[in-house]
Each structure stands twice: as C-alpha cells, then as structure tokens.
Design a protein around this ligand. Structure first.
Ligand SMILES: *Cc1c(COP(=O)(O)O)cnc(C)c1O
Length: 376
C-alpha cells in the first residue's frame, strides 16, 4: 500500500514531546516555541514569526491586522484551499477571483491589475505546490495601488524566489505545519510579519486581545485587554514536535527532493509521448519538494487513472475543486467560465504520493503503474 502522505516522525519528536510534557508547560509560548523561533532565524533569517494554531488562523490574523472591513475587496486565486478565502471573508471582505498561470498554476500576475477597483484592499497570493509566485511583479502592482500582499506560504516553507525565502515575499507570510505539509506539528502554523510595525499588535491579537506577551517579556507587570483578538497560540507540546522537525530540516528537505526528482526523471518519457505534463519550474525559484503533480490530457483520463491506481493500492489525490466553481463560489454568484485556466487545470491535475520516508522503490513502483495505465 502506498499512502498519499505520511508524516516523518523519529525518536527525536517523541522524546521532545515527552520532555515538553514533563518539564515545560503545556500551554503556549513555552521553551519549545522559543526554540522554534531560533531555528527559523538560523535557517531562514526570519526573526518576526509568531507560531499559531494553523495556516488557517495565520491567514485570519493577517486579515485582522490589515483592518479589512465589510465591502472591501480582496484579489485571490481560485485555485487554492478554502482557508485562503475564508480568512478575509470572515472579516466581511469579498473575494475577487483571479485566474492562474498555465505553467506554475499560481496567480496570473498579468491578470491582477484589471481586477483592481477603489474597494480593493489586498492581494492574497498562494505558493502552489511549494513554488513561489512572481513576487516582484505582484509587489510592484501592490505598491502602485496601495494594497497589502498576504502570501499564503502554507505549502512553500523552505522554498525560495530569487534567493529570498517564501513567507518573506509579501507584507505577511502564512505557513502551515499541518501533518500534510513539509514540517509538521499535527496542527499548527506561523505568521511572518515582514513589516515590523505590525508586531506589537499581532502579539496582542494572538493573546486574546491582551498584552500578556509583554508580561512574559518582563516589559509590564500585569496584562489587560487592549484590542480584539482570539487564542491563536499553540501548545508548547506541539511546538516540541516542530522543533524536532526543524532539527531535521535538511534531512526532510533532501528526502522529499529525492522523491520529487525520481518522479521528474521517471515520467519524462511519458511527457514526450504526450500522456501527461510534468511540473514546470520558473528559472528563479528553488522549491521544497512539497508536491509532485501531473496534468492529464482530459478529466476522464484523470478519473480513470485515480481509480486504477487505487486498485493497486496507490493513493493519488485530485488537488482542489476551484473555489469560484465550488458550491460556495456559485452561491457568491461566480460562474465556472470566469476563471477558464483554473477550471481547465482543476479537472486535470493529479497529486502523486510524496512524503519524506517514501522509498525509491515505492516511487518507481508508482511510476511503473502510471506507465502501464496510461500507455496501454
Ligand atoms: C494547508 C493549506 C492551508 C491551511 O493550513 P492549515 O494549517 O491546515 O490550516 C491554507 N492554504 C493552503 C494553500 C494550504 O495548502
């Protein structure tokens, strides 16, 4: 059996969890949370990240920080997870769906400007499959029109764009450490504040609207209610898992990349035969091996391939139903033809099994099965 995903958990994760339970406190902002921050600074030079309960709540915190109001518009790709849109819709803002590029399946930066109105407040980008968006172009558009850029970097922890780490490419970066992502803590996330002036308020919003973090830092001696907020900080026991994963940062990255490259080499022949399309990487990015996806010629071929792989106990996964044509998108008044590239790729893309501990043999077995099914 080859599952779609399996988190890589070693003795280290187990030991740190036990240690956190025994010696630390199990609520948030304990010693393991601080160690996670040190690791992010050491590995990526990121020194303004707040650990959160999920990628979803990181996006929600960013949406609170930019003071979105009912009636505001946000430009967002439709080819993403529901959380990207929910985050700002919970503040009353309205999604304006932008189509994607056919190569990276990221937001098409050339189509953003025509969607901007005087109500537009922000652009939420998504680094799909761990491949960063065309950030320089997007930031230039945002500056010109005074918009915030929120980077949904849930899938791109450790990826780079022109040498800069994903998560640092917009005003805010939102990481996910969900068990299906590259570095895991069960459920968890991180909010990267690339504009330091947001840090104080972010700490308050994360702590139920109080300045409790200033007490922990010894800056004040009692804390009280200052702003709106919620409970966005994860247990230190979960931070202990993530700390172990970050100590294994290179190992996990290298293992995922090895699987990714095995697919890329092994499926080359099928691409030449016109049976599928492999991922296309822009020249100025380094990706993190988050996802290996193929594009099939038709939706029917994809449906058949998924079913037949499953007969051989190989579990492939059909990414997203585009948001604009999902039931909620239709309720908002969108029609499928409004994002034609998204609609087309949405029905033809397939994610293959990929996880750090996947063996070369298992990867070759998946490739052989795809060859058999598609070339018969
Ligand atoms: C996984 C994911 C999220 C949500 O992250 P959680 O930690 O599961 O809340 C948001 N956006 C994208 C693009 C994702 O892949």
């Amino acid at each position: 059996m080859i599952p779609f995903n399996k988190a890589s958990i070693s003795e280290k994760e187990l030991n740190y969890v036990v240690d956190a339970l025994k010696n630390s406190k199990s609520s948030g902002d304990g010693p393991y949370t601080l160690k996670v921050y040190e690791k992010f600074e050491e590995i990526m030079g990121i020194d303004t990240m707040l650990l959160t309960t999920s990628g979803t709540t990181s996006l929600e915190m960013a949406s609170i920080l930019i003071n979105l109001e009912p009636g505001d518009e946000v430009i967002v790709p439709s080819f993403t997870f529901s959380s990207t849109a929910n985050a700002f819709m919970l503040r009353g803002a309205h999604p304006v769906f932008c189509d994607i590029r056919p190569d990276t399946m990221n937001i098409d930066e050339c189509k953003i400007e025509s969607l901007i109105t005087d109500r537009t407040k922000a652009i939420y980008t998504v680094d799909y499959a761990g491949i960063p968006c065309e950030a320089d172009t997007i930031n230039t558009i945002a500056e010109k029109h005074h918009l915030y850029v929120i980077e949904d970097a849930a899938q791109s922890v450790g990826s780079k764009y022109k040498g800069r780490y994903a998560g640092t490419l917009g005003d805010f970066g939102c990481f996910s450490f969900h068990e299906t992502k590259n570095y895991v803590m069960g459920e968890g996330g991180g909010l990267v504040l690339n504009r330091k002036e947001f840090l104080d308020r972010a700490e308050i919003i994360r702590e139920k609207g109080t300045n409790r973090r200033q007490v922990l830092k010894g800056m004040v001696d009692k804390y009280t209610w200052h702003d709106i907020g919620s409970s966005f900080l994860p247990s230190d026991v979960l931070a202990a898992i993530l700390y172990a994963q970050l100590e294994r940062y290179d190992e996990i990255m290298e293992k995922r990349m090895a699987v990714w490259n095995t697919y890329q080499d092994g499926l080359e022949e099928l691409e030449y035969k016109g049976c599928l399309r492999r991922p296309i990487l822009p020249a100025d990015i380094e990706h993190n091996g988050h996802m290996y996806n193929i594009i099939l010629p038709t939706a029917e071929i994809r449906t058949d391939l998924v079913a037949r792989l499953k007969e051989n106990r190989i579990y492939a996964f059909i990414c997203y139903v585009p948001l604009h044509s999902a039931p909620m998108g239709l309720k908002l008044g969108y029609r499928p033809e409004q994002c034609p590239v998204t609609e087309d790729f949405g029905e033809r893309v397939l994610r293959l099994p990929l996880y750090a501990d996947m063996t070369v043999d298992d990867t070759l077995y998946v490739i052989e099965n795809i060859k058999k099914i598609l070339c018969e």
